[in-house]
Design a protein around this ligand. Structure first.
Ligand code: COA
Length: 377
């Protein structure tokens, strides 16, 4: 992956090229062996005026004439691209696929970013009347507070933990630890969510290589197995949901993924979950089955999701501190889990991590994709 952040020196194509090159070097792979590219990118049109990103990325990476496909599923674009590549290789149609995710978000003004991201929600019912993404998640936060007694301090503890993890990750956008006070005193964005409850606007890219396990063994001593890939959908608009405090798409995708990998939530050592806002991590650790409904806030506050605690959540710093270049996030989550399972997560390594999970969400939960990854012994 590239260093995430506000990157004034490099453009969209430079970012994916750097990530792609690193992935090929890591896999001891030559371009001629690659026969497919799947790239997650959410909004290159509104953000940099570029569409047809699949073709552009194959061209820029020198991979023509391979089949190259752009995948769009809002902030879950990277996770869904990973799933598309997994299915392509598992089906036998492709032998060696590069998975990329990229977004260049800081070349346009703040309002233009808000409007581009807004396209992931229901334009007619949510965005046009004035709701932003922080505002939509703020509704979920208020309801969670009302139903379960979750507090602003408990949500702030998610940000504190993720910034601490980010401070140990040289690729993270923010690398300074913060305190509960930093969060509580930060500017209000959409009550009760403050700036430090939100993921930032980020430039960045990530990439990895997928191939059948027997072939992968010829390229690396430390292949990582994708043991499950599952995806589910829900209504685009929040008002159509039965509940504001859970993402049903996450619950359905997680259930399918646990069945496919033949593991349960208790078997997961590390998880990269979609913490676009602190309340999103609270809901995710409940919906994924790590904690009972309503217990996500207290568990976060008690440190049960810290490095080497009950379950290590968002060891990279998550979207909150590592950054959220939307289309790249799902791939970055898989890169972080790969490093953890290989024992290469310098400074933030979880002891003996064997099974990891990634959870990537599009919009306010209309798409959710869950992958389970295992160390191959
Ligand atoms: C929270 C948000 C509104 C802040 O934007 P902003 O007020 O325009 O902030 P700026 O870009 O002017 O940055 C001001 C400062 O705050 C910092 N900052 C910005 N966003 C931050 C965040 N989320 N967390 C911590 N610090 C942040 C910047 O680094 C900058 O610091 P500096 O002055 O030391 O350089 C913006 O980051 C945002 O919209 N986040 C949500 C993105 C989103 O919806 N993603 C999709 C999720 S589904």
């Amino acid at each position: 992956m590239t260093k995430f952040g506000e990157d004034w020196k490099r453009g969209f194509r430079d970012l994916i090229l750097e990530a792609g090159k690193k992935a090929l070097e890591d896999s001891n792979l030559h371009g001629a062996e690659i026969d497919g590219l799947f790239a997650g990118t959410m909004a290159p049109g509104p953000l940099i005026g570029q569409e047809h990103a699949g073709a552009l990325l194959a061209d820029w990476m020198g991979l023509n004439p391979i089949a190259s496909t752009r995948v769009e599923a809002a902030c879950a674009s990277g996770g869904v691209a990973l799933r598309q590549g997994f299915m392509a290789v598992a089906s036998g149609l492709h032998d060696c696929v590069v998975e990329g995710g990229v977004e260049k978000m800081t070349d346009v003004s703040g309002p233009d970013v808000v409007s581009a991201l807004g396209g992931a929600g229901d334009q007619e019912w949510e965005l046009f009347p004035g709701a932003t993404f922080p505002a939509i998640y703020a509704l979920a936060a208020r309801r969670h507070m009302l139903d379960y007694g979750t507090t602003e301090e408990q949500m702030a503890s998610v940000a504190v933990k993720n910034h601490l993890n980010g401070s140990k990750n040289k690729y993270a956008q923010f690398q300074s630890p913060i305190t509960i006070e930093t969060v509580m005193k930060s500017k209000m964005v959409a009550s009760p969510l403050k700036v430090f409850d939100c993921s930032p606007v980020t430039d960045g890219a990530a990439a990895l290589v997928l191939m059948p396990l027997d072939k992968a063994r010829a390229h690396t001593d430390t292949p990582i197995e994708i043991a499950a890939s599952a995806q589910a959908s829900d209504t685009l608009a929040l008002h159509d949901r039965k509940s504001l405090t859970e993402l049903n798409a996450t619950k359905v995708a997680a259930k399918k993924a646990y069945e496919m990998a033949k593991v349960g939530a208790k078997d997961i050592d590390i998880a990269e979950v979609h913490d676009c806002f602190t309340i999103a991590e609270v809901m995710a650790i409940e919906d994924l089955g790590f904690f009972k409904k309503g217990q996500g806030g207290p568990a976060s506050e008690k440190g049960q999701t810290a490095l080497n605690a009950d379950i290590s959540v968002n060891t990279s710093g998550g979207l909150k501190a590592c950054g959220h270049p939307v289309g790249a996030t799902g791939i970055k989550q898989a890169v972080e889990v790969t490093w953890q399972l290989r024992g290469q997560a310098n400074g933030r390594q979880v002891d003996g991590a064997e099974i990891g999970l990634t959870h990537n969400v599009g919009g306010s939960g209309a798409t959710a994709v869950v992958h389970i990854m295992k160390r191959v012994n």
